[in-house]
Structures are given as C-alpha cells and as structure tokens.
Design a protein around this ligand. Structure first.
Ligand code: ZN
Length: 340
C-alpha cells in the first residue's frame, strides 16, 4: 500500500479554518468534549416479582429478563446497587386474579414482600412500585370494567379508589415511590391525597404521565401477564399521534402533585421527552420499553447489529433528548459494560 504524501496547501485549503474534525481526532479529545453521558445513577431497573409458588423463568420475548421470586429479586437488587444502580421499579404477578384486581393490595403479595425484603437487605436503594390493576385483573384491563350502552370500558372514577388502596399498600410496605401507570384521569391527585391522609407524605409519585397506546409493549405483556382479554387500551392510553396532548397530561400530573413525570415509550417519542424537558422544571423519566429492548436483542442475536453499541446509543439518545431518568431492561448489562 502506498501512503499518499501531504501535498502543499492550495489556496482553497488554507482558507478552511473551521474544522470540527479537530474535536474528533482521538479518544481522549472525544471524551473531553462529550456532551451527554449516561450514568448508572440515571437508570431505573424494572423487575418482575412472582409468588414463591412459582419458579424463576426467563421471559421468552425478552432474553436476559426474568420473572423472579422475592428472594431472587432481593439478590438482584443488591447486585444492581453494587453496580451503581440506585433504583428498581417493581411489577407484580399475583397468585390469583379477579375483576377488581383485589390481590394488588394484599399486604403479603409479591410486590409488598419484595419491597420489604429489599428495604431490609439493600436499604440504600430506592424502591419504586408500579401502580396499576392490569396485572391483577382477570380481564387484563387497568381498571374496573363497566358496560355502557352495550360497550364495555374502564370506569375512571371507580378505578381511582382501587388505585389508592394499592398505592397505600405499597407505601405501607416501605416503597419510596409509587408509579401509577393506569392513565385514569385524576389519579395522581387521588393517590397523593390518600397517601397524605395516612401520613405517607414522604412517599413520592412518579407518574406515567404521557403513556401512549403503543405496539412496543408487546413483550411486556408476556412478562407481566397483563394482556387485555378483550378490546385494547385506547380509551385510556394516549394516541401516538398527539404531542400537545402529552404536554397537557404532564401539566395535569404536575398540578396534581407528581414528583417525577414520565414519557412512555421512549424511542419513538423523543420529541415528547424534549417537549416535556423544555416545558416543565421537574425530573423527566423515560421508559425504554420492552419492545425497544426486544428489537435490539433479536437483531443482535442474528448478528445484524452490535447489541451493546446500539444499546449505549439508544440510552444516550434518550438522555440527550432531555430525560433525567431512564427506566430500562438494559440497566444491568449497560452498567457492567461501561464499568469494564
Ligand atoms: Zn395497566
């Protein structure tokens, strides 16, 4: 191979004084000028808790993500903390389901037991608990079903009371944050008042404020066993086409007392994250959802993409768009990969 020698400068080249490539020349220089860095502390690690009667099972559509029993969840939370992660978000799979999701406020339910276990063994990690009924109802919807003029739908106001009971139960078990994901109107205010009335004024609320009716939740429904048995969630989750409405939802949640607001999913909604960042002076969380995770895993498995590289790029993009916190199934692999 012949190396081309440097030619003497031409008149045109010497006029070229602005050269952005100077800042990309070496690893060291690139590191110096890097604008966005995802830290382990930015990540929230979602975990699925099953009753002790069941086993630890890997979720088929989410390689590397497991349904775990309380003991295993506590161990996983300890590992996460040791690797720099500062928060977990718990989802529960109950022993039994009914029309109102009543097992969700059972003080000895999987989530309540996991909160207690983590608080005992890993007291310094923040424990967040997802508040919704879809994992606990036999119909798989996020609230109470009523029939109006022959059409079944979730009744907003009847659902609020059940969400309050569930949130209180998680607070009682020791949760630092409750995270309502149901998308009922007025639930942040209702839960805030219910918590305060029982002197849980220190328990925070991370609101799934702009939660879109998304096809990206597919694998999650396998993980949380929460697929609706009829219809879909479009009468309560948002239309993916709407950005202004997302800001309206966030505004309502902030007014009702949300401490952290969330956009979900993340990747196809980076504009919503940016809009939220520019409009509200509160921490913004973004949920890098199951479908986003599974697409990376599936393509990497086939050798079509470099999984760790794409993961890092995705998390960086979500933070660059304006998210302070990222809920992601990649959390553990990401922190291990970056600490290497
Ligand atoms: Zn739900």
């Amino acid at each position: 191979m012949t190396v081309k020698t440097v030619e003497p400068r031409t008149e045109v080249q010497s006029l070229l004084t602005r050269r952005p490539r100077r800042l990309r020349r070496t690893d060291a220089i690139r590191a110096l000028v890097r604008e966005t860095i995802v830290r382990p502390e930015d990540l929230i690690y979602p975990l699925f808790v099953v009753p002790n009667s069941r086993g630890k099972v890997e979720i088929g559509s989410m390689p590397g993500v497991w349904q775990m029993r309380v003991r295993e969840i506590v161990e996983e939370a300890a590992r996460a903390f040791d690797n720099g992660i500062r928060a977990v978000l718990l989802f529960g799979l109950p022993e039994r389901k009914d029309a109102t999701g009543s097992s969700s406020w059972d003080p000895s339910g999987p989530v309540q037991s996991a909160i207690e276990g983590i608080k005992r063994s890993v007291p310094r990690i923040a424990v967040m608990a997802d508040v919704c009924l879809c994992e606990y109802t036999d119909h798989g919807h996020c609230g109470v079903i009523v029939e109006k003029n022959g059409v079944k739908d979730v009744d907003n106001d009847q659902t609020l009371e059940l969400l309050e009971r569930q949130a209180l139960s998680f607070a009682q078990a020791g949760a630092d944050f409750v995270a309502p994901s149901d998308m009922m109107d007025g639930r942040i205010g209702a839960i805030r008042r219910a918590l305060d009335a029982k002197r849980f004024e220190d328990v925070g609320i991370m609101a799934y404020s702009a939660k879109f009716a998304s096809g990206f939740y597919g694998p999650f429904r396998e993980a949380a066993e929460s697929a609706p048995q009829f219809g879909d969630r479009r009468t309560y989750q948002m239309d993916p086409a709407n950005a202004r409405e997302a800001l309206r939802e966030i505004e309502l949640d902030v007014d009702e007392g949300a401490d952290i607001v969330m956009v979900r999913p993340a990747l196809a909604y980076l504009d919503i994250i940016r809009g939220a960042r520019e409009s509200f002076p509160v921490p913004i969380a973004a949920y890098n959802v199951s479908g986003e995770y599974s697409m990376v895993k599936a393509a990497a498995e086939r050798g079509w993409i470099d999984g760790p590289r794409v993961t890092s790029e995705i998390l960086t993009a979500i933070k660059r768009a304006g998210a302070d916190l990222i809920i992601t199934y990649h959390a553990m692999e990401f922190v291990k990969q970056t600490s290497r």
